[in-house]
Design a protein around this ligand. Sequence first.
Ligand SMILES: O=C(O)c1ccccc1N[C@@H]1O[C@H](COP(=O)(O)O)[C@@H](O)[C@H]1O
Length: 601
Amino acid sequence: MKIKVCGLKHPENIEAVTALQPDYVGFIFYGKSPRYMAGLPVGALKTIPASIRKTGVFVNESAENIEKLIAEYGFDAIQLHGDESPEFCAKFKGKVTVIKAFGLNENFDFEQLKDYANNIDLFLFDTKTKEYGGSGKTFDWAILDQYKLDIPFFLSGGIGPENIAEVKNITHPQFYGVDLNSRFEIEPGLKNIEKLKDAFNIVKNKTQMKYGVNEQGYYGDFGGAYIPEMLYPNVEELRQQYLNIINDEGFKAEFDDLLKNYVGRPSPLYHAKRYSEKYGANIFFKREDLNHTGSHKINNAIGQILLAKRLGKKRIIAETGAGQHGVATATVCALMGIECVVYMGEIDMARQAPNVSRMKMLGAKVIPATSGSKTLKDATNEALRDWIGNPVDTHYIIGSVVGPYPYPDMVARFQSIISAETKKQLVEHTGSELPQYVLACVGGGSNAMGMFYHFLDDESVKLVAVEAAGKGVNSGESAATTALGNEGVLHGSRTILMQTEDGQVVEPYSISAGLDYPGIGPQHAHLFKSHRGEYVSITDDEALQAGLLCCQLEGIIPAIETAHALAQLEKMKFEANDNVVICISGRGDKDLDTYIKYFNY
Ligand SMILES: O=C(O)c1ccccc1N[C@@H]1O[C@H](COP(=O)(O)O)[C@@H](O)[C@H]1O
């Protein structure tokens, strides 16, 4: 994404801005603007390196004057911010980069842009106001969906420190860059370098999120890659390539397209009215259950299959607990015509039989894991063994934020679409992108991490992670990792897991196959240890009751995993104005047998 900084007029400030290496800098030649750069010596622009495009900004200026100023200041680009006609723009096309600005509101007629198509290089979409620019006001970026021409555009109008991160969610294929102006100023024309620096870091992806991974693959004390030597080449290949691949514009475009047109995103943020009445707060359901294949797992599966293709892999393996990740993986393999092998605990195969059939119908081979508790951790062990044996042609699609680095970070990034969408949707529902609480269930923790991701650094938002207490935290049949576990290594990363004194993994238990895991992802371990997140647990009985309540109050049959998060509401006290978001991570069709047996329907 390109960055333009506009409205410069002080020589020292110009130097400080250019040191940040924006792609464009803008100088306003409009007498009514407080950023008017009248009298700026030509020499002040001489130190700007050729890699930065010097842009003159004009409002209904005469062609003669513009030509004179181009010659005088050596402008590489002009931004025409008034009512300039296509013919007027054409006079400069081919001589300098021509940027034609338009003020947008909900009534904007995108048809008029067609006449400019051959006469300009870039559009710039600003907010429609009475003035010509520099209003500091934003417009509804959803309007951009109506723009269908193939000329790239700058986004401008009120982009500031508060909303710069949101800009990264804009997926329009012609989105070229951002124009930063009045919201980054100490006074008109004097830019705040520190604020710009932060914005550049966000846009250029250099930010270190406070609770994010560091360059060594750690979240505080947790993470890393604890792998046998034979796995090293596979994991190292991924580590070296994943960020380059997933930040590539072509990758992003394909990922976004599949999420929209294949998965059906954005998933709705539904205001659950009867829940809200019952619990005395505004309860919102983030409906990941409505995704194609019925859960959040498809977000990550799509991301990883695209990555595997770019790595030249010909075969996919995966582990699955509840079968949701297995189905998602089998689905994307069918979509891409790639061989798929899914490992699944023998016990999970019995309790999630419909998902086993689904995977088979989708062309996957399902191999039972028959060791240990015959559940998710054993399936993960088998998948890792397979990968060691098939390092060159196979990609292992891990389904949660677990495993050696870079998996926890990679999966979290693919799932972060959940919170990115939620923030936008909350603004529509409540006027603010920040709720008071965000809740999600945690096995390995991928739906929770996707749901928390864009709220992690907003410390006012309370993050509540709900684990499975099975038959009771101290019953000996539980998967309440943070309550019972301590620090150690599980499936390639340092994290918190349930283990005996001599380091043997304790068999977990939960009625829900997706939460039946003896550890949590390393980022969750960090959130727990740093107290950024509250980690609680819910028993089988509480979860099943909550699942039934959701059916009867909202007409939604949730996955039993999700029902754990819903059950936590019973234990919380809210203020009337609290906004509470719960991730409805999956639908409960796969759990019907369990529900039916329990309630005797
Ligand atoms: O900034 C100005 O004063 C200005 C005046 C006249 C025309 C354009 C101007 N600036 C451009 O306005 C947009 C939006 O700026 P903001 O973020 O809302 O402050 C931007 O493209 C500037 O290049």
